[in-house]
Design a binder for this molecule. Structure first.
Ligand SMILES: C[S@@+](CC[C@H](N)C(=O)[O-])C[C@H]1O[C@@H](n2cnc3c(N)ncnc32)[C@H](O)[C@@H]1O
Length: 326
């Protein structure tokens, strides 16, 4: 009762209710929240602190910024989400807040896009500074190769490298990317190698231009550390995956290289195993860390996920299941 009352008291104020509803939709900094609410920073910070103290919001640091999001502890999300769900969708202030939130998201996307535009031609070179490239690519090919994959989708394909690596093993490959400049580089690369069964197209990982259950395999290679909402991106990948299909996620283990956030537009300091497991779980996938490639200063992890087997199918079949949940 005490915890519930503390939560209700914290949310029972107009600015704090707006903050709660915004932080249920995105991870936001005080500066961004100040821009949306048009209130002073000390005032917004004070309200945020009350919401954090009441367990409705959680605060986490990424590089030089502190982000706020709806709490993900055992009690916080139930109450916080329940309150947010009760806000009338036609409330003018609520509508205006969401419009301003969209503006913030667009500005962030533009900043990331301009980074990629500037760096598109140099990306292959930059990437090799951090990752034992041949080893990672061999690992992805070891998982997905062998002829079982007909249709492959490479999300955030960048220069199209994963398509090139997988090309000998697949019937058809598509890479999607948000950056036209990256796509231009990928098209040049694929053209050079004459891979006509692989294409790239413009697309957003949060809204994949593919039908449900249309892909045998989906890859996120060094993409999710840029994602604002990895859980949504993984859910979208799960949607387009066929029953028995495989999702491969390659990304950095948690690290302290803040320069990647400050100068390279990363959104996260790597991905923690338990985060990946939870994102996959909520998308109906079962995931497993299949490879850990320790490097200096960055370690690369490879996760494999597939739809959970039907409860009625009896025995679990190891790493890769063959049926979709009902
Ligand atoms: C670090 S690069 C990795 C490229 C490639 N997977 C590789 O490993 O060579 C990340 C890519 O994700 C793309 N990206 C970022 N946000 C995206 C989104 N919302 N939808 C699709 N692609 C996105 C970027 O444009 C960029 O090309």
């Amino acid at each position: 009762m005490e915890q519930l009352l503390a939560g209700l008291r914290a949310a029972g104020e107009p600015t704090r209710l707006r903050l709660l509803s915004l932080c249920a939709r995105a991870e936001l900094t005080v500066t961004e929240l100040t821009q949306i609410l048009r209130q002073s920073q000390p005032r917004v910070s004070r309200h945020l602190k009350l919401l954090v103290d009441a367990g409705l919001l959680s605060r986490f640091r990424e590089g030089q910024w502190a982000f706020y999001r709806i709490a993900s502890g055992p009690e916080g999300p139930r109450l916080g989400r329940a309150i947010v769900d009760l806000i009338p969708e036609n409330d003018p202030m609520y509508i205006r807040d969401l419009e301003r939130l969209d503006e913030i998201k667009e500005a962030r996307a533009e900043a990331a896009a301009s980074y990629f535009s500037e760096n598109a031609p140099r990306w292959d070179e930059m990437r090799s500074m951090y990752v034992p490239e041949a080893e990672v690519e061999a690992c992805v090919r070891g998982i997905l190769g062998g002829g079982a994959v007909s249709d492959l989708l490479d999300i955030g394909t960048g220069t199209g490298r994963i398509l090139e690596v997988m090309a000998p093993d697949i019937r058809h490959g598509v890479g999607i990317d948000l950056s036209h400049e990256m796509l231009a580089v990928a098209r040049v690369n694929l053209g050079k190698t004459g891979l006509e069964h692989c294409q790239v197209r413009h697309g957003d990982m949060y809204e994949l231009p593919f039908d449900d259950g249309s892909q045998d395999a989906v890859v996120f290679h060094q993409v999710l550390h840029y994602a604002e909402e990895p859980a949504s991106a993984i859910a979208e990948a799960a949607r387009v995956l066929r029953p028995g299909g495989q999702l491969v996620i390659v990304d950095f283990a948690p690290h302290r290289q803040r320069v990647l956030i400050e100068e390279h537009a990363h959104h996260r300091l790597g991905l923690a195993g338990e985060e990946v497991t939870a994102w996959c779980e909520s998308a109906g996938l079962r995931s497993e860390l299949v490879r850990e490639m320790k490097g200096e200063p960055l370690t690369v992890n490879v996760w494999l996920a597939s739809h959970r087997p039907r409860a009625s199918s009896g025995a679990a079949t190891g790493k890769i299941s063959t049926a979709v949940d009902d």
